[in-house]
Design a protein around this ligand. Structure first.
Ligand code: C2E
Ligand code: MG
Ligand code: MG
Length: 756
């Protein structure tokens, strides 16, 4: 029998039978066949099988291994409550239809009364969400508000009249009052069970239980009211409510069995049930207003008391809500940790404090390893569960006064204050790593997460909060590169080293891109060539301009392989243009050379190899060098530049006019082109000095038979002024911005076919 009922068909059949029974009873009630006596018999007889079924089904839930242990324990107590109902209905049937005993209270009344405390306990035992103390306080207030409202309604309808009713013994009075009080307990427990869930949707069994309790409580209240004003006879309309309530219990118990274990926590909107306390208080106040208008206060003291308590509760709840709003602005919704705003604020505060020995401040930046695969494989709920677990690990490690926050995604920051020494920060990081290693249970999965941590200790009062965070970030990257699952302190060495390694990886790993800025004939706008300008498509920081990494590359020497890479990529791309459109053969390609590259002994060989490899003709290539290269012309360097010239390559002096080029050197160097720096072009319209520098450079170019190219032309007036001076070639945003390779190729193709 056990397995039979557990496997389902029997359960489904009994639920169906109960539904049929309910339909038959209701039909009978409204049909009135066979007179009152038969009607009552049908009604009272309908209860017994329903009660039997819901009791058995509740026991089935309590025994089911598919349910969580806490759910099973709660349902065991609920099954007891159901059992009391079963006993009540059986004995009612016997006393009404077999022994015909009258008398109040009867054994059935005692059993009915027992239902409430068991059900109360069972509902409260249902698993809710683990909560912080503050949340528990709010929940208590919400439930008490519902309770106070319910109490007032009960007082108005029943408790007041019961206390006032003439001719009742003390015992009868208490017993009559006990049923509505039990109902109030049920309402309290049911609201607690529903309100303490964070999920926006309430599970079906809980809704069914709530529906059943609503029907039962309404019926109980009506029953007591009828008893107060006369005598209740079975088979009257409250029975319809009770029976419907019983049927809902049947379905609830069946549904609960079919529900698998809960999945992990879910980030929720607010549970819509939160309106309950507000609705209860409104209802109570409406009743109060209605009362006070035409009834003496005397027996209705409970209403007054109720409303006073209610007012206090609502006020306390509002205070909580206010505090919540304030906190919500600086709290991460998922984990309850501080959000980025609060972390940034605190960092700024830290940066303003003096540095005291024995009171170090440190920032730990924590990044979960392998978080993305968990999210991708098991879904966002699993990812959220991991983030919540990580947040808890952080809470367990920090002390009062420290701050843990989530910066976004799987990145967290922990601010540690008053550390006796630098090393204590590392110890905290080690403890955190250990705490984070605890596996996260998600449904049937055991998820293993680890983290990498970067630690930056504030040692310089000048360090801003932002810098401190950046330092922790650098250390974090170092920890990740060193193999993850570990922590690393920030140090200056680490900083440059880490960034250099990053850059070299970028060169090797195809993270660099070459953009092309077209150079045009100023008068006709005809395309003459393009300058190659490097960009770094950084996996974390996005597209970076040369300003963000060229200096570092110069400093560390990474510029040499980087420069070679750019030259090769640019020549290959430009050779592609030539191959695609014959009209593109006249176009020139300019590539920047850094002083470090010019200082390399194998420069000429490198350039030759690249030209040979890519098939780009040497006489279409211009290499741009900076003024600093020609400032102290070393014979070796001059020899190298001459060798490049001998290959047919042209040499341009970039940003001309900003350094201290000596005219005499310029003359003796194998330079073919001068590029007027953008700063002079910018001032050409309104700055007389800038204008005369431009004029001077144009004249100088003429005298030395050099090509002059104006850079950074942003407006038509600037272009016109340059044309007036006799400058013929220019580049700038007015014509084209630096373009990604595909767009540059399209521009070249359009021009070349127009010419062709
Ligand atoms: P540059 O060689 O003088 O390049 C011209 C810079 O001016 C480019 O900046 C370009 O985007 C910008 N520019 C062009 N027209 C305008 C304009 O009308 N208005 C304004 N405001 N700016 C304009 P970018 O690409 O940021 O490059 C900066 C510098 O980085 C370059 O100056 C060059 O010195 C260096 N660089 C770029 N690529 C390389 C490379 O592959 N190797 C080496 N060694 N240096 C490079
Ligand atoms: Mg340049
Ligand atoms: Mg320039």
């Amino acid at each position: 029998m056990g397995t039979w009922i557990r496997t389902g068909p029997a359960a489904a059949a009994s639920v169906l039978a109960c539904a049929l029974l309910l339909v038959v009873q209701q039909a009978w009630y409204f049909g009135g066949w066979g007179g009152d006596e038969v009607g009552r018999l049908v009604t009272d007889a309908s209860y017994v099988p329903q009660a039997l079924v819901f009791t058995v089904l509740a026991v089935r839930v309590a025994l089911s291994e598919r349910q969580e242990p806490r759910t099973r324990r709660a349902w065991l107590v609920i099954a007891f409550a159901f059992g009391c109902q079963l006993a009540a209905h059986c004995s009612w049937f016997v006393q009404e239809h077999v022994t015909h005993t009258t008398g109040y209270p009867s054994p059935a009344d005692y059993f009915f009364l027992l239902f409430s405390p068991f059900m109360f306990a069972g509902l409260l035992m249902l698993p809710g969400q683990s909560r912080r103390r503050r949340d528990r306080q709010k929940l208590a207030l919400d439930v008490l508000i519902v309770g106070a409202g319910g109490f007032m309604a009960l007082w108005y309808l029943l408790l007041g009249p019961i206390l006032n009713a003439p001719g009742l013994s003390w015992w009868e009075r208490s017993f009559t009052a006990a049923l509505p009080v039990g109902d109030l307990l049920l309402v309290l427990a049911m609201s607690t069970a529903m309100l303490r869930r964070h999920q926006p949707e309430t599970p079906a069994p809980m809704l069914l239980l709530a529906g059943s309790i609503a029907l039962t409580v309404t019926a109980d209240v009506s029953y007591t009211w009828i008893q107060l004003h006369g005598r209740f006879t079975g088979g009257s309309w409250p029975d319809l409510l009770w029976l419907a309530g019983c049927f809902l219990l049947v379905v609830a118990a069946d549904q609960q069995y079919r529900r698998p274990r809960r999945s992990g926590p879910r980030r929720g909107d607010r549970n819509p049930v939160f309106i309950l306390p507000y609705a209860a208080s409104v209802a109570a106040y409406v009743l109060l207003a209605e009362q006070s208008s035409h009834l003496p206060l005397d027996p209705y003291g409970g209403m007054i008391l109720g409303s006073a308590v209610l007012t206090l509760l609502v006020m306390a709840r509002q205070l909580h809500a206010l505090r919540d709003n304030r906190e919500m602005a600086v709290t991460d919704g998922l984990t309850g940790l501080a959000n980025r705003t609060l972390v940034t604020q605190r960092l700024e505060q830290i940066a303003r404090q003096p540095i005291r020995p024995g009171h170090h401040t440190a920032v730990m930046l924590v990044d979960l390893d392998r978080f993305k695969p968990i999210n991708d494989t098991f879904g966002h709920e699993a990812g959220d569960a991991v983030l919540v677990a990580a947040a808890n690990a952080m809470r367990s490690v920090i002390r009062d006064g420290d701050l843990a926050g989530r910066l976004g995604g799987d990145e967290f920051a922990v601010l540690l204050h008053h550390l006796p020494s630098r090393e204590v920060a590392g110890a905290a990081a080690a403890r955190l790593l250990e705490a984070l290693r605890t596996p996260v249970i998600f449904g049937e999965h055991v998820l293993m997460v680890e983290a990498s941590i970067g630690v930056a200790v504030r040692e310089d009062p000048e360090t801003s909060g932002e810098t401190l965070l950046q330092q922790a970030d650098t250390a974090l990257y170092a920890a990740k590169r060193a193999g993850r699952g570990r922590f690393e302190y920030f140090s200056d060495v680490l900083d440059t080293k880490a960034r250099e390694a990053d850059l070299r990886r970028a060169v090797a790993g195809d993270e660099l891109v070459v953009y092309f800025q077209p150079a045009v004939a100023l008068v006709t706008g005809e395309l003459l060539g393009a300058e190659a300008l490097v960009r770094w498509n950084h996996p974390v920081r996005g597209l970076l301009g040369p300003g963000e990494f060229i200096d570092l590359a110069e400093e560390t020497g990474a510029i040499v392989p980087l420069g070679a890479w750019v030259l090769r990529a640019a020549c290959r791309e430009a050779a592609g243009w030539r191959a695609a459109s014959p009209g593109a053969e006249a176009l020139r390609l300019s590539v920047n050379l850094s002083p470090k590259q010019v200082a390399q002994a194998d420069l000429v060989q490198t350039v030759e190899t690249i030209l040979a490899e890519t098939g780009f003709p040497a006489d279409r290539l211009t290499l741009e060098i900076t003024e600093s290269v020609i400032l102290q012309p070393d014979p070796l360097i001059i020899g190298r530049l001459q060798a490049l010239r001998d290959l047919g390559i042209r040499l341009a002096v970039d940003d001309f006019g900003t350094g201290y080029s000596a005219l005499s050197y310029l003359r003796s160097l194998p330079v073919t082109t001068l590029k007027i720096d953008r700063s002079f072009v910018t001032g050409i319209a309104d700055d007389a000095e800038a204008r005369s520098v431009c004029e001077a450079v144009v004249h100088l170019g003429g005298a030395f038979k050099m090509t002059v190219v104006a850079e950074g032309i942003e407006t038509a007036e600037q272009a016109a002024a340059l044309i007036d001076m006799g400058c013929t070639i220019g580049q700038g945003f007015h014509f084209y911005r630096p373009l990604p390779p595909a767009e540059a190729a399209a521009v070249v193709h359009r021009q070349a076919s127009a010419v062709g």
